[in-house]
Design a protein around this ligand. Sequence first.
Ligand code: K7E
Ligand code: CUA
Length: 681
Amino acid sequence: MKNFKVKLLASASLCLIVAMNGCKPKNTGNAVSSDAAQKAYVAPGKYDEFYNFVSGGFNGQMSVYGLPSGRLLKEIPVFSLDPERGYGFSEETKPMLNTSHGFVPWDDLHHIEMSQTNGEINGKWVFANGNNTPRLARVDLATFQTAEILEIPNSAGNHSSPFITENTEYVIAGTRFSIPLDNSNGDVPINTYKKNFKGTLSFVKVDSSSGNMSIAFQLKTPGVDFDLSHAGKGPSHGWFFFSCYNSEQANTLLEVNASQRDKDFIMAVNWKKVEEYIRQGKGKKEAVRYAHNKIDHTTHMATSTMETEVTTLDVKDAPDAVYMIPCPKSPHGTDIDPSVEYIVGSGKLAALIPVFSFTKMIQAIQNKTFDGDYDGIPVIKYEAALYGEVKKPGLGPLHTEFDGKGNAYTTFFISSEIVKWNIKDLKVLDRVPTYYSPGHLSIPGGDSRKPYGKYMVAYNKITKDRYLPTGPELAQAAQLFDISGDKMQLILDYPTIGEPHYAQSVPASLIEKNSLKIFNIEQNKNPYVTMGQNNAKVVRNGKKVDVYMTAIRSHLAPDNIEGIKMGDDVYFHVTNLEQDWDIPHGFAIKGANNAELIVLPGETQTLKWNPDRVGMFPIYCTDFCSALHQEMSGYVRVSPTGSNVPLTFSIGTNNGPGENPPSGKDSGSTAGGGGAGKARR
Ligand code: K7E
Ligand code: CUA
């Protein structure tokens, strides 16, 4: 393998010292010199220069790192349950994971894309795709929480997503798998693929102030597999480019049968024209079902609405709006340079990189320089759209990013390397090995009109022999390179959470200034909020028991509850009264078939509990919040069905006969009231 043929990264002087000491390890070329390591060093207490948002692949989440340190700052739950934060476990967040298939607690998150203004990242939201049960998510960068999830109907495997247009007009959702569409008969022989299976490209509108998503229209296409996409910007604004493979329309052993043709396609869609057709009423309203889930940041509650209609337009009814550009060998990435003139196609099995010219493509369309059609869609002659080919760049190109200085960087999965090449003359300038088999790569702003250059991260699929062994499965890993000079220089290796695919980075200043520190409790509109500890109470309504509980350092109120009975549905509505940054409280109860809650300052979260036996159940705060965090606990007594134990609740007053609380620890008064209460009916 080429992997081991590496360049010396160490500076000459350091090499000399190492050589003189005679302790040069055999694979020193793989190691990072201390000179290089300095570039990734962020001193304790100092902030990173960039936020790095990274897809988690099959963990269904998004993680946030700092660059250049590689420090993991946060994992944001998106499509998968997260017991660490109670996401998908609390009553408030359960609706986020609702779909037309019911509650789907997991997905496969491959790509993230940050909202843009004029083709530049604006730091408001970051979108993510669900690759399994087709969904789109929007994460709010003020709270670093998932704010919205939209299911995509007529789709199966939302892989070509969530790429966006230059002013975040649309987020795209292109289906990886073609299928019989939702309201056609899906109960057909699989080998009727060519007849019955269709693809769709969904254009999802984003409200510029709220960020709310809605499906504007879906384009129905021939039954190919959509892989990746990017929008034109500036002069090419109005166009979207989608790589597609399986133009053979095979339905079995795709490895062989979808690799028959020498070229597949990049589909070019003039979405402005499609918009026009939709305005003229050429679209068809179709009955479908898909979930639309949103969090309200005043109630802290998610709601799930089942939508029932979508507007579709068949490409056959959209003349002059859709074209095919031939692209060699099962194209994967389709990437557009910051000048937005060049479209880079990456054939997974190709040994060259074709670069297409937007200007030439438009001319070819005007001159009708076509090479027949694909299922009625005009196919532009390869040479007519081609700007040129990067020759012998490596094997298996996957993804390309740009540094804004006229250079492109492409990952090669098969030859395990990143190759830097010049966009204008298509000459290879430099190559570095990666350990091993990189998928995506990421340069801050590297797919926008304003790349920040400086750093590049490779996301490697295989780390064999790079780290201490951890059993049969090893972590996926990132490698950070300094790209400010002519040569790419490896400066840091770090394992990652999940299996990263795409990632994006932005200057910290863009995000930092909008970051929320607390939720204002005065604005908490949760129907079960408890405003102040004096209002803490337990209310029974038949078998339903609502516990209005507060949390503040260092007690839960009430902390003694009696009169809960077998068969009850108990809801602990915990309001965190803190108005101080970084003081969440947790809540857990023994035996709950559920997770904990983490309640952020000013927020209310609800845990549902069904007692399964008679007895005593401790409750406690799970987040080490103060010196007396271990004291932040209590008891819930469960009695048999039909027992006459009255419902009572208290904090600080429920002391045994003749026993007094120890002096100086009059919890009744620290609690600012509390006291015993009688059940309310
Ligand atoms: Cu190349 Cu799903 Cu973007 Cu992974 S995809 S690598
Ligand atoms: Cu609150 Cu620990």
